[in-house]
Ligand binder design. Structure first.
Ligand code: SF4
Ligand code: SF4
Length: 88
């Protein structure tokens, strides 16, 4: 079980224009809400915490630009790090 819930993410996408991995890919998979969605799925055991998930989450360089814009002040990088460290 993760220590930090991903439930408060309302997927508003306000963070997307501030995330360089989304800007460079235009792929939701590499957006903050995409990363958080994967974390949520992993936390609820709907996907495996494996090397594939770790690889996707490793694209986030923890710059925290998303956290400065998120209206809910979600600890996005903490959530990503927690799942990254649990992947095997
Ligand atoms: S992380 Fe915050 S800004 Fe980004 S989609 Fe979720 S609620 Fe919106
Ligand atoms: S911390 Fe990660 S998800 Fe947030 S803006 Fe930076 S690269 Fe994107």
């Amino acid at each position: 079980m993760l220590q930090t819930s991903t439930a408060p993410c309302v997927k508003c996408a306000k963070c997307n224009p501030h995330c360089h991995t989304f800007i460079s890919s235009y792929d939701e998979l590499y957006s903050p809400r995409g990363y958080l969605h994967l974390c949520e799925l992993a936390n609820s055991q709907q996907i495996a915490m494996d090397k594939n998930l770790q690889e996707v989450l490793s694209h986030c360089d923890l710059c925290k630009e998303c956290e400065t814009i998120c209206p809910f002040h979600l600890p996005i990088t903490q959530m990503i790090l927690e799942v990254r460290h649990r992947c095997q």
